[in-house]
Design a protein around this ligand. Structure first.
Ligand SMILES: Cc1ncc(COP(=O)(O)O)c(C=O)c1O
Length: 402
């Protein structure tokens, strides 16, 4: 087995991972390190109060902590201003927000948008809902043989009728990394905006909005070692300014009367209701945690585990590996004659947790010609021991299925 060149020794930071359990489902959700758990406990157990509205000191302090979280997210992804960060429940909500608010006002019947075959359902269905409402057309870019979004095909498909390109920065099934800068240049070349789904990228790669030059970027906190129920939409300031509210209620208004209501500027305009206060503080702690380690080190660590896994699985008869060699932390595979759910169930008996299913990417499953895949995905806490446990478990699957 190839040696892991950049081992991270973090398992002790993760109390929910017993030593004899190989957790290989980080692409679904990451386990939480102690600093994140502590931040959540402290927020509920010591410092809790509402934000934005309270006149008392506790609430003012919590508001400062909440807005510090927004500044931290902005700095983490290289935004120009914290005002470009809209807190949402996660990537799914962020894409729905863009589709309904930006798409609902900036797109019209006959406009085209371009997605790709490997998108997560959360970057497909919101656009279909919009198509059914206003009559846009959706084009789907194909993949290369090794499972990347085919940007040569994207270049050939794009026309001035395309107003938006929306692509996964890293595939949640194949781990393939998009050449985001080229995708941005292609979209902008025909005057289209581009949204990048950074759900799987943000925990694995260093991202910088200024360097990428995209228009919208979305991610979920829970895949970044933070809490569930919190995520971020980033959009360039002038784009957010041009977008109407998508949900109404408290916190998003300027002045309300029955005759007429005016709205707050972004980001408050898009944050109706009491926000996930503690989620933001937990996300702040999660960003501190990954940045202390460094995204470069995390990427190298996961890349080494992917290399080791692909090498080991490649020697097991009847296993097909999907996706490119340089996948970011994710290995999908199939075993001849064994349903992925059976693989997952037997591995569970061996204390190895993987994901088996369509991974919310049914069009990609159709493209691969399988109903489902087995998927091992890595995080900062994994090591060669987990790869070895996976291989042992798969050897048992083979023995059982003959
Ligand atoms: C690439 C990608 N996009 C979007 C999502 C949706 O994220 P969430 O369910 O946190 O909103 C996921 C989650 O698996 C994902 O992997």
């Amino acid at each position: 087995m190839t040696a892991v060149t950049a081992p991270l020794d973090t398992l002790a930071d993760f109390p929910a991972i017993p030593k004899d359990w190989a957790y290989l489902d980080t692409a679904a959700t990451a386990q939480k390190p102690l600093p994140v758990i502590d931040a959540i406990l402290r927020s509920y157990g010591e410092t809790y109060a509402t934000v934005q509205r309270g006149v008392y000191q506790r609430s003012a302090d919590m508001t400062l902590a909440f807005e510090a979280g927004r500044r931290r997210v902005a700095q983490f992804i290289g935004a120009t201003s914290p005002d470009e960060i809209v807190f949402v429940r996660g990537a799914t909500e962020a894409i729905n927000l863009v589709a309904q608010s930006w798409g609902g006002t900036h797109l019209k019947a006959g406009d085209r948008i371009l997605l790709s075959t490997l998108e997560h359902h959360s970057n497909i269905v919101p656009w279909q809902l919009l198509r059914d409402r206003i009559g846009i057309e959706i084009d789907v870019a194909p993949l290369t043989a090794d499972g990347r979004i085919d940007l040569d095909a994207v270049e050939a498909m794009l026309t001035p009728a395309h107003k938006l390109v929306a692509l996964a920065h890293v595939s949640n099934v194949l781990g393939s990394i998009l050449d985001a800068k080229r995708a941005v240049a292609l979209a902008h070349g025909v005057g289209a905006k581009i949204l990048l789904d950074g759900c799987q990228a943000v925990p694995r790669l260093s991202v910088d909005m200024k360097a990428l030059g995209c228009d919208f970027y979305v991610f979920s906190g829970h895949k970044l070692y933070g809490p569930t129920g919190i995520g971020a939409l980033w959009a360039r300031g002038e784009i957010l300014e041009s977008m109407p509210p998508w949900q109404g209620g408290g916190a998003m208004i300027d002045k309300v009367s029955f005759a007429r209501t005016t709205y707050a500027p972004p980001p408050a305009r898009f944050e109706a209701g009491t926000p996930h206060i503690v989620g933001v503080l937990g996300l702040h702690a999660a960003i501190d945690y990954v940045e202390t380690m460094g995204l470069g080190a995390i990427h190298a660590h996961e890349a080494a585990l992917v290399t080791a896994t692909r090498a080991a699985l490649g020697t097991i008869n009847g296993i097909t590996l999907f996706g490119p060699e340089d996948s970011a932390g994710i290995v999908s595979f199939a075993m001849e004659g064994v349903h992925p759910h059976d693989i997952g169930t037997i591995l569970d008996e061996e204390k190895v947790a993987i994901r088996a299913g369509h991974h919310c990417a049914q069009p990609l499953m159709d493209h691969l010609g399988v109903p489902a895949t087995a998927r091992a995905s890595f995080g900062v806490y994994n090591s060669e021991n987990d790869v070895a446990a996976l291989v042992r478990g798969l050897e048992r699957v083979k023995r059982i299925f003959g």
